[in-house]
Design a protein around this ligand. Structure first.
Ligand SMILES: Cc1cc2nc3c(=O)[nH]c(=O)nc-3n(C[C@H](O)[C@H](O)[C@H](O)COP(=O)(O)OP(=O)(O)OC[C@H]3O[C@@H](n4cnc5c(N)ncnc54)[C@H](O)[C@@H]3O)c2cc1C
Length: 297
């Protein structure tokens, strides 16, 4: 990536993007694990790494600090997530300023989930923003930032249908978003259908699919709660068949994610975004299975 290119320009430039999502840890042990992962990922020279913003804005300080440290102390391009939850417009402007001061030029603009859980209604801050497209607009109005947004191959849980999701993605693009990253999903067909529908609504920005290799069987049950993504029954059966062998579960997780990644790239996906949960082993193995990188341990 040339220093004067925005991430949006890089992603639209035709070369495939490979990226990793990290979260700010709460403990010293978590911090050590994270930095080991950061260094392993750095050796793969990904296009960017993104850092999540905790539910309800709970990790604001840690997210901004970690993203700034990645900008200052590594060769990686960091993307800082930002949500509208519990924040006034002034507070959101302040966080954007903190990102800018920390050397972060790219943000993922999200609405966020209701702080008391998905089943409760979304209520914006009285002086805040209702939707991600408004946050894109706000960030773009504050400087020359590159802004990405979320996309949902299985549909956003609050949307009436997939058509609404496609219209919303187009609104985000009109507001100035330059790329989208998807929620995790497990059926390539869902991504294909979403991209097709988005295209019919005028979306031209790259939509990077989000991939999470399964690393343990308990995770499968948590996926729906975490993301609203359905875990296909036939795939769940394959994992349950090896459930008593943790190593076999990890290997199957890598195989399934690598196969899905390969199909997505063949379909013309503009890259892959790996959800790492701050652990690099499986994602690095997927990366290698695709012939993309060398072993780093
Ligand atoms: C790649 C990725 C990264 C994420 N990172 C984080 C994170 O770091 N922290 C975190 O808390 N959450 C994160 N999330 C979760 C995200 O905040 C939730 O999925 C949230 O419910 C939706 O966010 P959004 O930005 O898509 O919201 P929106 O685009 O605002 O959409 C939310 C709902 O409102 C509808 N809608 C949107 N715009 C309009 C409009 N203008 N008018 C009417 N209806 C509209 C949509 O159809 C949808 O049903 C992430 C999700 C993804 C896919």
């Amino acid at each position: 990536m040339r220093a004067d290119d925005s991430l949006g320009q890089v992603l639209s430039g035709g070369s495939r993007s490979f990226s990793f999502e990290l979260f700010p840890p709460k403990t010293a042990d978590g911090e050590r694990q994270l930095w080991q992962t950061v260094r392993e990922i750095e050796a793969l020279r990904p296009t960017f790494v993104s850092v999540t913003y905790g539910a309800g804005g709970s990790t604001q300080d840690r997210t901004v600090r970690l993203t700034g440290e990645i900008a200052a102390d590594t060769t990686l391009t960091p993307v800082g997530h930002l949500t509208c939850v519990g924040a006034s417009r002034d507070e959101l402007r302040e966080v954007v300023g903190q990102y800018a001061a920390a050397g972060v030029r790219t943000m993922l603009a999200l609405r966020g989930d209701p702080p008391r859980g998905r089943d409760t209604a979304w209520v914006p801050h009285p002086d805040g923003l209702r939707h991600a497209n408004e946050l894109v607009e706000l960030i773009r109005s504050l400087g020359s930032f590159s802004v990405g947004v979320a996309a949902f191959p299985e549909g956003h849980p609050e949307s009436v249908d997939r058509d609404e999701d496609a219209r919303v993605l187009a609104l985000k693009q009109q507001a100035g978003a330059e790329f989208a990253v998807t929620q995790l999903f497990f059926r390539v067909e869902d991504y294909e259908r979403m991209v097709d529908l988005a295209g019919r609504h005028g979306v031209t920005m790259p939509i990077v699919p989000g991939i999470m290799p399964v690393t343990n069987v308990a995770q499968i049950e948590r996926f729906a709660a975490l993301s609203g993504a359905q875990f296909p029954a036939d795939l769940a059966a394959r994992f349950h068949a090896v459930a008593d062998d943790p190593e076999a579960v990890v290997r199957l997780g890598v195989d399934v994610a690598a196969e899905m990644s390969q199909r997505l790239l063949e379909l013309g996906a503009p890259g892959l975004h790996f959800y790492t949960l701050n652990r690099s082993r499986s994602t690095i193995e997927v990366y290698q299975a695709l012939g993309l990188g060398a072993a780093t341990g």
